[in-house]
Write a protein that binds this ligand. Structure first.
Ligand code: GTP
Length: 556
């Protein structure tokens, strides 16, 4: 394929504005998939994506299109829309020269439209605005055109108005991709330089790396080297994604495809790595900024005997989602586990669900926390910060964009849901890290009859300590079985008690329901009680079943 007939592009949009539907239409129009079949979100391959109706992973598809007697190869990279997955978007863009910026003709510009535009703009890509859903009764494409001109400085006549659902005007989108997006700037005569921009793990074939070729050619049988590990591999298979893997003899510079080279260990395929031919070293490509986790949670196997299986499942899944950070952790209550970092709460839920659906793993996830930097000093008490307004821009008469500086802890849990319900679904939200700010934080201990419960220590904002401490004490009270003596559950900051609950004394008589003299049944019940005790942990003289920790620590 001549380079000038190749276009690498991506579709970006706010969530639900219709990227995946447009991708389906483009696949149909180019004959990549059959029109007669019921095509819905063909690129959303993961089960979790189909169940939730959202795109989580960027996917790639190569389309062939004839235009004025020439055949073009159009490499389409579909990307997720939710705020938590913008890392996937910026990665995909590094393999592209242009984007289709899809905007809903009714909703207009939203938070992620703005964020995605700037990602593309900073990467110096051509931006083609596509106004979708013009078939909707309330569609107002002219208003959206004006918004696009005002906010992004793109002339309104460059907007393409379509209905991805009905297929209206979708051909003009293909036409614009060919006319307005430049071919990749590559050199096929130079030695191979391939960027690994994504990778997945296949049980039988090992690591499958998605690559964008910036220079040279790669064929089956070539010896390649990873710039990151300096290890050498033999290429077993190369091919294009159509959208399923389709082996080819070679991949040329300018193409996007996949490569399998006997990488058996998931850590060998670093995303952002450069692959080159053995004995033909090249300057590695810039790679990617590593993602910054925003929400942390502890993850533990339900049963410790499952530790190794869960470990390997997490390793394989993080290969497919490198924005998750993993550190080993352990808790006296829950055993050996990990502390994982996610980009947001939805990201965390999706990761957990993928572990269950794709790896059949069942896990305990503990309440997420956000990172704090602590300066240990005797006072540590510096003025607290609340949300501070930074600026305000009117997008049009009906829409305003507000910028605030927020403590991360205030937005990670339920801020987005509250914002949506307060604004009846009209407001949208995006965030980026603004660095650490000083705050009045305190370390809160939980005590059982005066003894500290190590696994329940938390760092909280001073103003929230009372309500959080009270909630933990209440949850612990509900999940602790009564014992022969009274148990005082207390939340404390230093030596100051800020909340207290009491579990009254009681002896659990497991034989209470056994009337008469069925001795074998009595024995069974006593045995079961004894087995239950093995799973207990003693804090001072208080016995705490593992379940109680799980109930207190688990996310709702
Ligand atoms: P994410 O992958 O989650 O980011 O969403 P998306 O942007 O890919 O949106 P998707 O294609 O899943 O479409 C969202 C919803 O809008 C679906 O219910 C589509 O059927 C609907 N939709 C997409 N295009 C059109 C259109 O042109 N007209 C109408 N009426 N509905 C559309």
């Amino acid at each position: 394929f001549p380079v000038e007939n190749i276009r690498n592009f991506s579709i970006v949009a706010h969530v639900d504005h219709g990227k995946s539907t447009l991708a389906d239409r483009l696949l149909e129009l180019t004959g990549t998939i059959d029109k007669t079949k019921n095509n819905k979100q063909v690129l959303d391959k993961l089960q979790v994506e189909r169940e939730r109706g959202i795109t989580v992973k960027a996917q790639t598809a190569s389309l062939f299109h004839n235009c004025e007697g020439k055949q073009y190869l159009l490499n389409l990279i579909d990307t997720p829309g939710h705020v938590d997955f913008s890392y996937e978007v910026s990665r995909s863009l590094s393999a592209c020269q242009g984007v289709l910026l899809v905007v809903d003709a009714n909703e207009g510009i939203q938070a992620q439209t703005v964020a995605n535009f700037f990602l593309a703009f900073e990467a110096q890509l051509s931006v083609i605005p596509v106004i979708n859903k013009i078939d909707l009764k309330n569609a107002d494409p002219e208003r959206v055109e004006n918004q696009i001109e005002k906010v992004f400085d793109i002339p309104s006549d460059e907007c393409i108005k379509i209905s991805a659902k009905l297929g209206t005007n979708v051909e003009s989108v293909l036409q614009a991709v060919i006319e307005r997006i430049p071919p990749p700037k590559v050199h096929r005569k130079n030695p191979l330089r391939a960027l690994v921009f994504d990778s997945t793990f296949d049980q039988y074939r090992g690591v499958i790396a998605n690559v964008a070729l910036f220079d040279g050619v790669v064929s089956k049988g070539d010896k390649i080297v990873s710039a990151h590990t300096q290890k050498t591999y033999e290429v077993n298979e190369v091919g294009v994604l159509n959208p399923n893997e389709q082996p080819t003899h070679k991949l040329y510079a300018g193409q996007v495809g996949y490569l399998i080279a006997g990488m058996k260990n998931v850590t060998e395929a670093q995303i952002g790595d450069t692959l080159y031919l053995h004995k033909q070293p090249v300057e590695p490509l810039p790679g990617f900024k590593s993602a910054k986790p925003m929400v942390f949670a502890g993850m533990y196997p339900v049963d410790q005997s499952e530790y190794n299986n869960l470990k390997s499942a997490i390793e394989k899944l993080t290969l497919n989602d490198s924005s998750v950070t993993v550190h080993r952790d352990s808790s006296l209550a829950l055993g050996a586990g990990w502390r994982l970092g996610f980009l947001g709460l939805l990201h965390m839920e999706v990761f957990n669900q993928r572990l269950e659906l794709e790896y059949n793993a069942s896990v305990i996830l503990t309440t997420p926390t956000v990172p704090y930097k602590a300066v240990l000093s005797s006072s540590k008490l510096i003025k607290a910060r609340r949300a501070v307004q930074k600026n305000m821009i009117f997008i049009d008469q009906n829409r305003v964009m507000l910028k605030y500086l927020f403590p991360l802890n205030e937005i990670v849990v339920d801020f987005y849901d509250s914002l949506k319900s307060l604004s009846s679904g009209y407001a949208s939200f995006d965030y980026e890290d603004a660095g650490y700010q000083t705050a009045e934080l305190v370390k809160m201990d939980i005590l059982l009859n005066g003894n500290n419960v190590e696994e329940l220590v938390t760092v909280v904002h001073k103003d929230k300590a009372h309500s959080i401490g009270k909630a933990i004490c209440e949850r612990l009270k509900d999940s602790l079985p009564r014992q022969l003596f009274e148990i005082a559950i207390q939340a404390a900051i230093g030596s100051k008690i800020i909340a207290r609950e009491t579990v009254k004394a009681y002896r659990k008589n497991v034989l209470a329901k056994c009337y008469g003299g069925d001795i074998t049944r009595k024995m069974k019940l006593l045995k079961r009680q004894a087995e239950g005790k093995k799973k207990l942990r003693k804090i001072g003289n208080v016995e705490v079943p593992k379940d109680a920790f799980i109930k207190v620590l688990k996310t709702q």
